[in-house]
Design a protein around this ligand. Sequence first.
Ligand code: SAH
Ligand code: F3S
Length: 481
Amino acid sequence: MEKIIDEDKQGASLILDQKKGNQKKLFIESYGCQMNFSDSEIVASILSEQGYNTTQKLEDADLVLVNTCSIRDKAEQTVRKRLKYYDKVKVKNPNMKVGVLGCMAERLKTKFLEEEKIVDLVVGPDAYKDLPNLLSEVEEGRDAINVILSKEETYGDISPVRLNSNGISAFVSITRGCDNMCTFCVVPFTRGRERSRDPQSIIEEVNDLWAKGYKEITLLGQNVDSYLWYGGGLKKDFDKASELQKATAVNFAKLLELCAKAQPKMRFRFSTSNPQDMTLDVIETMAAYRNICNYIHLPVQSGSDRILKEMNRLHTREEYFELIDSIRRIIPDVAISQDMISGFPTETEEDHKDTLSLMEYVKYDFGFMFAYSERPGTLAGRKMEDDVPAEIKQRRLNEIQDLQRKHSHYRTKQHVGKIEEVLIEKSSKRSDLQWAGRNSQNTVVVFPKEHYKPGDFVNVKILDCTSATLIGEAVGYSENN
Ligand code: SAH
Ligand code: F3S
C-alpha cells in the first residue's frame, strides 16, 4: 500500500463488470482512506443485485453515490464541492438521485438532508445492506437515511466486486471501526466500535482472489494489530469468552500466518499498524514467511511524550524506539513509514523538535504528514483550544516534510546495487517502454519491459534511483513466479 490517502486515486469512480439484465446506472466515487475504496466495492456489489450497473459518466447516472471522508476539514470541503458540481449536472439529468455514504454521512446525519438540497440519501458505513430498502423510499420520492452503527457488521458474507484497475492487487478488510479513541480522531465516532471479521471468510476471499489471478493482497483495518476473532463479539468482551473460545482464538499474527500459508505465492501487506497494539509475534510471523512483505506503516503522530499523552496514544517515545529496534533486529531490511500531525493543541517548539528528533532516529522510508484539523465531537475538539496559529502549524509541517524527503531519499538509495523481487503492476507513468511495480519494502521500481508482463514476479537489479523511485533492469523471474 503506497499511501493512506492516495491523492492520485481520490475521487476515482468505480467501473465494474456489467451484469446482464441490469437497466439502471450507478456512478460511485470515493474519497479518503482505502477502507472507503474497499467499502465502495461492497456497495457496488449490493447494488448490482438491485439492477444497477456502474458507469463512469455522471451525466448518464440514475444514482450517484459519493463515499466520503471526515478525517480533516479539507476532506469534507472537497465533498461539499463535489455536491455543488452534481447540482449542475442535475440540471441536465433531472432524474438523477444523489446519496452520501461513509464518514461524513455518519457525522452529519440528517443535517446533510437539511444543508444540501441535492442529497436524497444518507447512509453510514455500517448500513450498506439497508441500501435496497432505502432506495425504494427514494424512488417513491422521499429522502432516506440510515446511520445506525453496528457491533457485528463486517460485510464478511458479501463478495465485493473489484475495482478492476490492474487485476493484480486487491484490498481485503479484516476489521471495522476503532476503539483507540485518539483525541484528535473522528474515526471511532464515524466508524463505530471495533470488530473483527471471521478468519474463514477472509481466507475464502483470499483464495477466491488467487483463483481470479490476483497476486497481492493488503489486509485492511484502522488498527490491524487489534484483530481478534473468538467466534464473534467485541474485543472488550474477550474476558467473558469460554475457555474453548479463548484457546482457539485467532489474533493478527495468527491471521497473517493463516493467509500466508493458504496462498504461499500471494504477496501479503497490511495496514495500519498501531505501536501500542503491535506485538512481536506479528514481526516474527512477517520474518517467517517470505510472502509477507517487509513493510510496516506505523504511525506515531508526534515525537513528544507530552503530546502523545494529550493525544491518548498509549505509548511513550522510548517505548516506540524499543519497538522500532525490535522490528529492525527481527527484519533488518524492513521499511517503516509514519503518519505525523503538526500543531496539535498546546504543541510547543520544544515538542516539535522532539518530533524531528524522533524522525531522525527512525529515518522513515515514507511519511504522510498533516496539519492538525480540529474535528467536532472528538475529545480534543471539545476540551482543547486549537491554539497553534495556522502559519506555525504550516511551518512545522514544512519542516517535517523536508526532513521526511531527506530520509526517503536516504532509504531509497540503500536499495541501489541490490537484486530485489518486484511484482509488475502496470506501465510506468513516465514511459510506456517500462514496467512499474513495487519491491517488498513498497518502493516503486521501474525497469524495461522486455518479455515480462503485469502480474509477473521478477528479480530486478537496482541500478539507480530518484528521490522516491528505483530504476533497474530485470535479471529473470523470481522463485515466486
Ligand atoms: N488508524 C487509521 C488512522 C486513520 S486517519 C489508519 O488506518 O491509518 C489517518 C491519519 O490521519 C492519522 O494517522 C493521522 O495522522 C491523521 N489524522 C487523523 N485525524 C486528524 C486530524 N484531526 N487532523 C490532522 N490529521 C489527522
Ligand atoms: Fe483514529 Fe487512533 Fe483509531 S488515529 S482510527 S482513533 S488508532
